[in-house]
Design a protein around this ligand. Structure first.
Ligand code: URA
Ligand code: SF4
Length: 221
């Protein structure tokens, strides 16, 4: 088996267009997650997209399809984006971690497992390179994994959701102009919510996405 190097850096191509990055990411062995997953699920969307959405990691369906947000969470996300007056097809969608992490319970069913900090940090060079290649006006972090990848391990979405933030100066992303960064919950959290608060949680999610739309409008005026 190929040796596993510590992190994705070693696999980054010289040319940093989104298509070159995607092609190179297919061979990434920057952490152990490539071993059990079907394939690398790289970001997807228009190279000119000015709104970038970052999830946690591909799920079961994304792992099979090779595309982010094609399963239930993706459908909820599309619906919420439309409700916030953002065309889902105009966005670029990606994940903090590019391989599906799971455990097998009982028979064949693959159960999602949260990526740990080491895996998030190992995969971050791809995310940084995507941000540099795309140069988005607005970055929306969906859930704690994406938010903590960009904003630090102690970042709490519950304390800052919906706020217009900036990328920390310490992170290694070179951009001519600073994107607005917003954090909100992950669409899977709404899907999992079986309580009477679910509709309210959905509306709050749409409100955060509306905030992203307003930030985008302000930056592109
Ligand atoms: N959840 C995510 O975070 N990303 C996907 O691509 C799908 C589900
Ligand atoms: Fe590379 Fe990220 Fe996959 Fe780990 S999860 S092997 S760092 S692409």
């Amino acid at each position: 088996m190929a040796s596993i190097t510590a992190g994705a850096e070693h696999y980054l191509p010289e040319k940093r267009s989104l298509s070159a990055l995607k092609a190179a990411a297919h061979g990434c062995r920057g952490c152990a997650l490539f071993e059990n997953a079907t394939q690398t699920v790289f970001g997807h969307g228009k190279a000119k997209a000015s709104i970038m959405l970052i999830g946690e990691q591909p799920g079961d369906q994304e792992d099979r399809a090779g595309l982010p947000f094609v399963g239930p969470a993706g459908r909820l996300l599309s619906r919420a984006l439309e409700a916030a007056d953002i065309d889902p097809a105009s966005t670029y969608q990606t994940n903090a971690v590019k391989h599906f992490k799971f455990t097998r319970k009982g028979g064949k069913r693959r159960i999602h497992e949260k990526p740990n900090r080491t895996e998030v940090v190992a995969c971050r060079p791809w995310l940084f390179a995507e941000i540099e290649a795309l140069r988005p006006h607005v970055i929306v972090c969906l859930g704690a994994t994406a938010a903590q990848s960009l904003l630090g391990a102690s970042f709490r979405v519950s304390a800052h959701r919906g706020e217009i933030l900036r990328l920390p100066a310490a992170i290694d992303v070179r951009l001519a102009s600073e994107p607005a960064v917003l954090t909100t919950v992950h669409p899977s959290a709404i899907l999992r919510d079986r309580s009477e608060r679910r509709d309210e949680a959905y509306r709050a999610f749409v409100d955060d996405l509306r905030g992203a739309r307003s930030a985008h409008a302000a930056l592109t005026r």
